[in-house]
Design a protein around this ligand. Structure first.
Ligand code: AP5
Ligand code: MG
Length: 215
């Protein structure tokens, strides 16, 4: 299955992606995680991406298109993939279409996780991350031991772009640049809405029900 997880910042894309990836053995491709890894390793890409990300702006399309083209050409994507955070603009979606067509593949489904702004702000401001990629929430999804990751015992931290100003900007950027993708994929008849206001396990059950229709 070739799946895109679409949704505003804080909708729960990463949280659900982890479950989908484990349950269906699909590589979880998060462009946000890839960029953050480049920032931690001080790569040239990381150095270019850093200031955009901390302000809550999108990193330029040409960089993302190169990253995703390379990632989707790896052998672990030959039997399906799960994209989280890509595409985020119409040019990125067009580029994805070309990459897939050139390699004889196509998208099966775009899961659009829908959550209102007030809830998104609560989720983002209470999120805590671990370097292993697991995300928690101080109230909605707390770790067993405060500040410590259940999976790897790592120390939890707050993402730079989860501060109030950056959150506000990310929501504006989402509405302007990413929301048009809902209509884009609706027209292709592959968009499925997921009610993201439910609790984490109820949302995953809904996603499984949708995915039953695909191989
Ligand atoms: P990215 O890392 O993709 O961030 P995002 O899209 O803003 O989304 P988030 O990761 O913040 O939220 P999420 O939907 O994954 O929610 P999560 O599951 O963590 O991108 C970061 C930046 O990188 C961008 O701003 C941009 O600069 C750059 N970038 C990345 N891709 C790019 C691209 N393609 N083009 C250009 N630039 C790009 O959940 C959030 C919180 O809520 C957690 O605390 C979680 O525990 C909690 N939670 C989850 N589900 C629920 C629930 N059902 N109920 C209650 N709480 C919940
Ligand atoms: Mg995420």
């Amino acid at each position: 299955m070739n799946i895109i997880l679409l949704g505003p910042p804080g909708a729960g894309k990463g949280t659900q992606a982890k479950k989908i990836s484990e349950n269906y053995s699909l590589p979880h491709i998060s462009t946000g995680d890839m960029l953050r890894e480049n920032i931690s390793n001080n790569t040239p890409l990381g150095l270019r991406a850093k200031s955009y990300m901390s302000r809550g702006e999108l990193v330029p399309d040409e960089l993302l298109i190169t990253i995703i083209k390379d990632r989707l050409s790896r052998s672990d994507c030959s039997r399906g993939f799960l994209l989280d955070g890509y595409p985020r603009t119409i040019p990125q979606a067009d580029a994805l279409q070309m990459i897939l067509t050139e390699s004889g593949r196509k998208l099966d489904v775009v899961l659009n996780i829908d959550v209102d702004d007030e809830e998104l702000i609560k989720r983002l401001s209470g999120r805590r991350m671990c370097a292993c990629g697991t995300s928690y929430h101080v109230i909605f999804n707390p770790p067993e031991k405060e500040g410590i990751c259940d999976t790897c015992n790592g120390k939890l931290y707050q993402r730079e772009d989860d501060k109030a100003d950056a959150i506000r900007n990310r929501l504006v950027v989402y509405k302007k640049q990413t929301q048009p993708l809902i209509t884009y994929y609706m027209k292709k008849n592959i968009l499925r809405r997921i009610d993201g206001s439910k609790d984490i396990s109820a949302i995953f059950e809904d996603i499984k029900t949708v995915l039953e229709n695909y191989d």
